[in-house]
Design a protein around this ligand. Sequence first.
Ligand SMILES: NC(=O)c1ccc[n+]([C@@H]2O[C@H](COP(=O)([O-])OP(=O)(O)OC[C@H]3O[C@@H](n4cnc5c(N)ncnc54)[C@H](OP(=O)(O)O)[C@@H]3O)[C@@H](O)[C@H]2O)c1
Length: 324
Amino acid sequence: MQAVMCNSYGPASSLTIEDIAAPSPGPGEILVDVAYVGLNFFDTLIIENKYQVKPPLPFSPASEFSGHIRALGAGVTGFAIGQPVAGFIGYGAARAQVCCPSHQIVALPEGLSLEKAAGLFVTYGTTLHALKQRGHLRKGETLAVLGASGGVGLAAVEIGHAMGARVIACASSPEKLAFARKAGADEGIDYHTSDLKDALKAATNGRGVDVIYDPVGGALTESALRAIAWAGRLLVIGFAAGEIPRIPLNLALLKGCDIVGVFWGDFVRREPALHQENMREIFNMVRDGAISAHIHKIFPLSGIAEALGVLTRREALGKVLLKL
Ligand SMILES: NC(=O)c1ccc[n+]([C@@H]2O[C@H](COP(=O)([O-])OP(=O)(O)OC[C@H]3O[C@@H](n4cnc5c(N)ncnc54)[C@H](OP(=O)(O)O)[C@@H]3O)[C@@H](O)[C@H]2O)c1
């Protein structure tokens, strides 16, 4: 079978396409014929050994996929051969067939396409977990989303809107803000041209925002935190800017706010039943049109370097997929 292989850590241009032996499912695993693979920002890091998860070489990158079940390992119940499913495995998805633990696979409801389903785990799964279980976002609250046109950012705009929050999209260009508005943001702040703290304060009549969703990090985190409302929640999602911010802790005291970590990958492992419930909720939201799950572009498997380049260059408006 065809597989993208990372044989030595390095840029996407050093990935190779190889013909390797097909796997067979072990106990508790499901073998899936992959139809689409979803790419995420961390795939650009994992192949360069710059991510917290460090797979032994050689490995295939990409963590999420959709397809049809080809075989069931011993002890797997509740699934059938030929059934359309989607799943998350951390890394190893950019190949024609994937073996995945059954608790990390979710069956697709009728009416949800394999194409849409491939990119819903990392971005939308992280975001629903962040806003619901970690941020306790309530209807009518204000939600500021940094990096609002990127993978997880766009998911936060859409899910936040669907949960009844007033969504303030924050991004680095008018084009990205226009895109976030189309996805459901009520207003936008260009943090390339305006001071984020002042703009968030102005947008909330000085009250501050209830929940900040931050996948960007760097200097923007402290600016946003200085504009958080009393009893607000700063959700620590990621550091796409490349810098982990060091926050003066007196800010948390003065604001009476929570700084809340979100680690979706571990949530999937530690709370599999709740994860599956979240994913079913997301699948239904997409099927019903409550969230769009916009696809930026679909590349062939052999186009993975070009596809990852879209993420590295901050060009993606929504999901980037590979098609088998
Ligand atoms: N905590 C978790 O469980 C979890 C789960 C999934 C992802 N994440 C993390 O969330 C972050 C974003 O992931 P993603 O898939 O949404 O990425 P993405 O689609 O590439 O979006 C990242 C956004 O960050 C902004 N950004 C600012 N500086 C950047 C830089 N130097 N390079 C690239 N982007 C930059 C860009 O928006 P502007 O140009 O508008 O600033 C971009 O749209 C990553 O750090 C990822 O590891 C965490």
